[in-house]
Design a protein. Sequence first.
Lengths: 199, 199
Amino acid sequence: MSLPHAILTALLEKPSSGLELTRRFDRSIGYFWSATHQQIYRELGKLEGEGYIRALPAERPARGQKKSYEVLPAGREELARWTSAPQEPRPWRDALFVRLRAAAVVGTTGLEDDLRRHLTLHERKLAEYGEIEKRDFGPGRDSAQDRLQHLILRAGIDLETFWTQWLRNALTEFERLPDGGTSDAGVPDAGGGAGAERA
Amino acid sequence: MSLPHAILTALLEKPSSGLELTRRFDRSIGYFWSATHQQIYRELGKLEGEGYIRALPAERPARGQKKSYEVLPAGREELARWTSAPQEPRPWRDALFVRLRAAAVVGTTGLEDDLRRHLTLHERKLAEYGEIEKRDFGPGRDSAQDRLQHLILRAGIDLETFWTQWLRNALTEFERLPDGGTSDAGVPDAGGGAGAERA
DNA sequence: GTCCACATGTAACTGGTTACATGATTGG
DNA sequence: CCAATCATGTAACCAGTTACATGTGGAC
């Protein structure tokens, strides 16, 4: 149930139209909760139906015409309620770990390249976040809002740091492995080596 | 598309019935990819239909009777293909960050308690993983399989370490905030401009 | 014979993704 | 007028979750 509340937050920060929200979800908010415009429009419709937001007075009817929303008191209340309500932490789920466990059975061939690619991507993200931190959270920027948003950014930085370290570690581990991977003994490799893209 | 491949991996490690798989997904595999029995049965049906697995010969017809599966060569091939094929890293998405950003607008009241609760949960997980590491990956356990599975466990340990540190950091940050109150006052409802749209 | 644990499934719903459809505005 | 771009939306699908249904076999 995070998306509607992310939208409420964004609209409280600044009333916006669907497309403007989409852009903000590509920038700042999207760093920790991404959403496509289809999701956003659908959610805006629901939120309006529930009386949490409303279209700004200048509302013209329909398609092709910009339509901005603002949060109603009920929406702010709901957001405050949700924010303080207990929620369970979500388990860490990542396909990479499944692939690693699979590699322990069918061999590591090919996986290494993708790990290296991921490492590059995470290094890039980390650098990007570093830039943002320098630009937006220098000395003097320590209002309550600043500090809370800085905390979120720090999480991003720490997580990307984790990934880069873990991936480097995994790659050096790979180098010490018997080449091409592990016990494939006894089962035919059955051809298709080059990684042709089926289904 | 991870679940079917996690199941193929599990079945290669050891042919199993649906319920046995469910148990294994509660234990070791579930640490990095959880699944309910409903998901597993549905997926087993699909995998059988695609010719990736088959029911073991002792197959008796239907409900209430145990039915074990083994992986066919096509299944092993598909697993190897998927494991080595490039995939995009998934973005870090967590409701806590949405809540924190919301708290910057509607106030931090109540959130602090849940952060403390999360901290306890993550500390517990961390301790649990530490136990597993001591028990299952002591000296001498360094076959290729061991090392790959150890890598996965290390990821879990590092991620839980991240969470405990970040949450502690967040909590001390909270103490320095203008008391838990709804800092509505700070945010102009429509003005935008100022601090709203960074990072 | 009843109850409980084992075991396999169905159905309905939610949230997210992908592909596509349609109208309005503006610059050439 | 035409194309590009801004803007809002529909439809179909997929993975994961929750609730419920059904059958078997052993313990008492």
